[in-house]
Design a protein around this ligand. Structure first.
Ligand code: PMP
Length: 439
């Protein structure tokens, strides 16, 4: 008898490294999407509250992006950054204008990791120092240097580092000695910590890299203005500020186009990195920054695929759609309603420690009865959501935060549908915990 063909999951396990994890007990194979929905290989439809990992910025299979990709792929897929391409220049001009950075320059990459790598390369070259500051609980990518500034140890697989990194408080405040401080007290404590860390530095520090809202870390944000307060200290030492906007850029947080604006409306960072949603699934990221810093390299440096004609054509169509349809406004309105609804649901459920975030970047932190982080409740809730036809993400250091970041075209009706599934899922997670705890 012929052996049964191996499942796709078994084949994945056999050929991929062990550290490449998959969501769900029975991993999900997605085959297509439209709008805010995706379908699995069995034809089952899901409302997508995660958009890949915030990669679907506007909508799945947005016709404008599909058309731009198809047309450009039919003309020429790729040339080289050694030749001129209209899409690349046009996209750079658009991003430069949106950046609010004076006299900006733009460089394109293929991922957020490569964008952060480039920003760190530029900052260290500019300042002639490989000493940098990063935030506790941060995530910046999977290359050697972006791991070197990733404070979240679950995603930082090596202690060997090409950079000398000093970690600063300000990422997480739901636990530890900072948990009960007011916003002003917390900000003052973090500034004091920054000063203390700088007092221990070996000479020149090149830059601080920070996510305005920590993504992988569980959608946790410091009080508004923290980075402006940091900036005053950094400026005294000439230290550059790199804002990693890979998750927070393009209006996702609703109130602002960039996450950094919640901190320093009139004082943009020196370098801003972006990726994920820009290409609506096409691999395009980059850095925008002050010319003086962007021009710091004294040898050639090229990304073969960074800013290719197809990915920049996709990004242009996507960005145009985003701006013409005021999706930042939609994120603020629909995200605001969704947050309100989730807070009402959470009020009756002790398993929910906090509903937080802004715009369409919302986190639901889950806890055991004694307040400790509950990764098991989050894992269960993820499965329950899937059974109810809803995809959400997971994050936080203990994997105890549900991450909600749908495509920015989410409608009010879809937000309500998703909230109803989440309510059932969280109730079931609460019951699971209650049952486990009964003697
Ligand atoms: N920075 C942040 C804030 C991220 O969330 C991520 C991806 N999760 C990255 C950088 C790395 O991006 P990529 O996976 O495209 O390399």
């Amino acid at each position: 008898m012929k052996p049964a063909p191996a499942s796709l999951h078994a084949r994945h396990r056999a050929v991929m490294p062990d550290w490449l994890g998959l969501y769900y007990r029975e991993p999900l194979e997605l085959t297509h999407g439209e709008g805010r929905h995706v379908w699995d290989a069995h034809g089952r439809r899901y409302l997508d509250f995660y958009g890949g990992v915030l990669t679907t910025m506007t909508a799945h299979a947005l016709p404008e992006v599909t058309k731009a990709v198809g047309e450009q792929a039919g003309r020429i897929l790729h040339t080289s950054t050694f030749y001129l391409d209209r899409h690349m220049v046009e996209l750079a001009e658009r991003i430069a204008a949106l950046s609010r950075i004076p006299d900006p320059r733009v460089f394109f990459t293929t991922s957020g990791t490569e964008a952060n790598d480039t920003a760190l390369l530029l900052a260290t070259a500019h300042r002639r120092s490989h000493q940098v500051l990063a935030m506790r609980n941060s995530y910046h990518g999977r290359s050697f240097s972006s791991i070197a500034v990733t404070g979240n140890s679950a995603w930082s697989p090596t202690a060997l580092s090409p950079l000398q990194t000093l970690y600063v408080h300000g990422g997480v405040r739901t636990r530890g000695p900072y948990a009960h401080l007011s916003d002003a007290e917390f900000t003052a404590a973090c500034v004091a910590d920054l000063e203390d860390v700088l007092g221990q530095a070996h000479g020149t520090v090149a830059a601080l890299i920070a996510e305005p809202v920590q993504g992988v870390g569980g959608f946790t944000a410091p009080p508004d203005g923290l980075y402006a307060a940091f900036r005053e200290v950094l400026d005294r030492h000439g230290i550059l500020w790199i804002s990693d906007e890979v998750q927070t850029g393009w209006g996702r947080t609703g109130d602002h186009f960039w996450g950094w604006q919640a901190h320093a409306e009139n004082g943009p960072p020196d370098l801003v990195t972006f990726a994920k949603g820009l290409g609506n699934g096409m691999a395009v990221g980059g850095v925008v920054g002050r010319a003086e810093v962007m021009n710091s390299l004294d040898a050639h440096s090229v990304s073969t695929f960074g800013g290719s004609p197809v990915t920049t054509a996709a990004a242009l169509a996507n960005l145009t759609y985003l701006l013409e349809h005021d999706l930042q406004g939609n994120a603020r309105r629909v995200g605001g309603l969704l947050a309100e609804r989730l807070r009402a649901i959470a009020a009756g459920l002790p398993v929910v420690r906090e509903v937080r975030g802004r715009g369409l970047m919302l986190g639901i932190e889950l806890a055991e009865r004694d307040g400790t982080p509950s990764g098991r409740a989050a894992a269960a809730a993820l499965e329950h959501c899937r059974e109810g036809g809803l995809l959400v993400g997971r994050g936080g250091r203990e994997g105890n935060v549900l991450r909600i970041a749908p495509p920015l075209t989410l409608t009010v009706a879809e937000a309500e549908q998703g909230a109803a599934v989440l309510e059932q899922a969280l109730r079931r997670s609460q019951q699971d915990l209650d049952t486990l705890e009964r003697p």
